[in-house]
Design a protein around this ligand. Structure first.
Ligand SMILES: NC(=O)c1ccc[n+]([C@@H]2O[C@H](COP(=O)([O-])OP(=O)(O)OC[C@H]3O[C@@H](n4cnc5c(N)ncnc54)[C@H](O)[C@@H]3O)[C@@H](O)[C@H]2O)c1
Length: 252
């Protein structure tokens, strides 16, 4: 039942890539909203650190591996209950140092990014959707990027992967019509100050920053505030949409 205050009491949420950056801010925010949060990350120390801080459940694994997903989603259901909210936040910008033009890119550059940003995200959706459909309730929030709307130079694998995230959000939302109160939305941030920026060279980050009218990087907490609303029962009449959080860069 929506209470108008985005409360998440009694709800179970899983946040992929919850061990640092935007994912950590989302974990903290959803926990403060009342949810029991599964902090899913490849980095065990970070998953433990964040889960301990918020009274959540550390979920350590690689979201591109089905065996890890079976184990991790089994763990959260056993320790907290069925998943009501899935935030697909884990993502990579490029293989480290491989932000190059398409003609210099290698097949491995594409597969690395697509595997995590798209295939892994789909596998996580598949892990929770049967339960959401059976219980006729769920919220899925996919973290896309402004790059998926505009196509950043030297970031083609990333841009294409995030365009895929925006579009598969739309497809999934339509597939779920008539299956209960299940909303699926995406958000498209511009540059947010997190460790992901270390995967890009300084010039690339400067170029992205120069395009933000508000003239600064965004903060993980600012993304988390939007995700909080989209994770709650109060977001009940919007599904399939991509919400902008780009400091004025995208006004469409
Ligand atoms: N920071 C930005 O400027 C920005 C802008 C737009 C969109 N985004 C998107 O926001 C999301 C979070 O970005 P961030 O900046 O916080 O990134 P980050 O690099 O700081 O954190 C990503 C987290 O995902 C985890 N992860 C990576 N691969 C994984 C895997 N295979 N299995 C499980 N966990 C895995 C990492 O261990 C890490 O903790 C990403 O999808 C990113 O593309 C970020």
């Amino acid at each position: 039942m929506a209470d108008g205050m985005f409360r998440l009491d009694g709800k179970v949420a899983v946040v992929t890539g919850g061990g640092q950056g935007i994912g950590e801010a989302i974990c903290r925010r959803l926990a403060a909203g009342g949810a029991k949060v599964g902090v899913f990350d490849l980095n065990a120390a970070n998953a433990e650190r964040v889960a301990t801080a918020i009274g959540g459940v550390p979920l350590v694994g690689d979201l591109t591996k089905e065996a890890d997903l079976d184990r991790v989603f089994g763990e959260i259901v056993k320790s907290a209950g069925p998943v009501d909210v899935l935030v697909n936040n884990a993502g990579v910008a490029s293989k480290p140092g491989r932000d190059v033009p398409i003609w210099e890119s290698e097949r491995a550059d594409w597969e690395f990014v697509m595997n995590i940003n798209v295939t892994g995200l789909v596998l996580c959706c598949k892990a929770v959707l049967p339960g959401m459909i059976a219980r006729q309730y769920g919220r899925i929030v996919n973290i896309a990027s402004i790059a998926g709307k505009e196509g950043n130079p030297k970031m083609a694998p990333y841009s294409a992967s995030k365009a895929a995230v925006i579009c598969l959000t739309k497809s999934l939302s339509k597939e779920l019509i008539g299956k209960g109160d299940i909303c699926v939305n995406s958000v498209a941030p511009a540059v947010i100050q997190t460790p992901i920026l270390d995967q890009l060279n300084e010039e690339q980050v400067k170029m992205m920053l120069s395009k933000i009218p508000l003239g600064r990087t965004g903060k993980p907490d600012e993304v988390a505030a939007l995700v909080h609303f989209l994770s709650s029962a109060d977001c009940s009449f919007t599904t399939g949409f991509c919400f902008d959080i780009s400091g004025g860069r995208a006004t469409y």
